[in-house]
Design a protein around this ligand. Structure first.
Ligand code: DAH
Length: 344
């Protein structure tokens, strides 16, 4: 028994247990019901009476030493487990992350495009950095037209015959489409445009347009009028009326400006329509034969109409926003009003 006690003491001294599980295993091995020290206690009963005192004392010391060693290891293992545990309380409810929403200009641009898609139009896009030919020349702008001048156009490169510039309208995509697509053509061209304008409640140097183009045999002004009327009713409501006022654009002849009946006062006159009962929404007209010719289309065989509108302008009218700048400032209080606006 003496040797057994010595041996266990030696083992206890060298005992290593780094995890709580290992400590518990060691406790069971020495002090558990079937543990080594417990077994010695059992054996103690059979020890000769004259040795009982000595062995009893030794056994008690062994038991105490084992309990102390296990306790010490347990504390170290607990501290290690605590240090390794994540500091965060993973059961805590998370902070809600506010959901973003589409920008009102994107919403309206998509609505415009969707309406024309329903009418069978395709969508075409073109470069924002364009050349003079596609923005002006092929669209029948005379060489000295004021729109080419510095106060309107942001030039990227000058000093040669076909300077690069930031497109001032998406009508340039008309030209690119006529150059590469087969006839008949029916497209809408949404995109960003740039003009050297002072920023105000009604103008910005960057804004968005949707251009439309339809070219086929026997396309007439009546087709144009019907397409615009259907669009206006889809966009502003079934009771909407349109009127066309004669106008001028280099790329259309005849040209018109389109007004819709004011959807706020129903034509009676209010401060949004400035008492007229009408709101201007776009320019349009029959594609000028010179424009068709420039892109290799025979104006004797084909005719077409085109139209162009400002997306911010449509959005302002739809939502009665009175300052264009709201659309560019990214004020969350403004943008969040459109979080659920898919229809108005
Ligand atoms: N490009 C014109 C502008 O930026 C808008 C426009 C007017 C486009 C008449 C057209 C059109 O296609 O026929 O102001």
């Amino acid at each position: 028994m003496k040797e057994a006690i010595e041996q266990i003491l030696g083992e206890l001294n060298n005992l290593k247990a780094s995890t709580q599980k290992e400590v518990e295993e060691a406790r069971i091995r020495f002090l558990g019901k079937k543990g080594e020290i417990t077994a010695l206690m059992e054996e103690f009963r059979t020890v000769a009476p004259e040795l009982k005192r000595e062995y009893g004392q030794k056994l008690n010391e062994l038991k105490k030493a084992a309990a102390a060693k296990i306790e010490e290891l347990k504390e170290v293992a607990e501290q290690a487990a605590e240090a390794a545990a994540p500091k965060e309380d993973l059961s805590m409810p998370g902070d809600a992350i506010p959901l973003g929403s589409r920008h009102p200009v994107s919403i309206v641009r998509q609505q415009i495009v969707d309406i024309f898609r329903k009418f069978g139009y395709d969508v075409a896009e073109g470069p924002e950095i364009e050349d003079d030919y596609h923005v002006f020349e092929a669209l029948n702008f005379p060489p000295n037209h004021p729109a080419r001048e510095m106060q309107d156009t942001f030039f990227v490169s000058t000093g040669h015959a076909n300077p690069l510039l930031l497109r001032t309208h998406t009508s340039s995509v008309q030209v690119r489409t006529m150059e590469k697509e087969k006839l008949p053509i029916r497209v809408v061209c949404p995109g960003r445009v740039f003009r050297n304008e002072a920023i105000s409640a009604r103008a910005h140097c960057i804004f968005h347009q949707v251009e439309g183009l339809y070219i086929d045999k026997d396309v007439t002004f009546a087709d144009l009028k019907q397409a615009i009327l259907l669009f206006a009713r889809e966009m502003f409501g079934a009771e909407t009326e349109i009127r066309m006022r004669p106008s001028y654009f280099p790329f259309t002849e005849p040209s018109a400006e389109v007004d819709v009946s004011c959807n706020i006062c129903k034509g009676k006159g209010c401060n949004i329509c400035k008492g007229t009962g009408w709101l201007e929404i776009m320019g349009c007209g029959m594609v000028d034969p010179n424009v068709l010719k420039a892109s290799g289309i025979d104006p004797e065989q084909y005719s077409g109409f085109a139209f162009g509108m400002g997306v911010e302008r449509i959005a302002m009218l739809k939502w009665q926003v009175n300052d264009l700048r709201h659309y560019f400032e990214n004020d969350m209080r403004f943008l969040s009003e459109f979080a659920t606006a898919t229809e108005v």
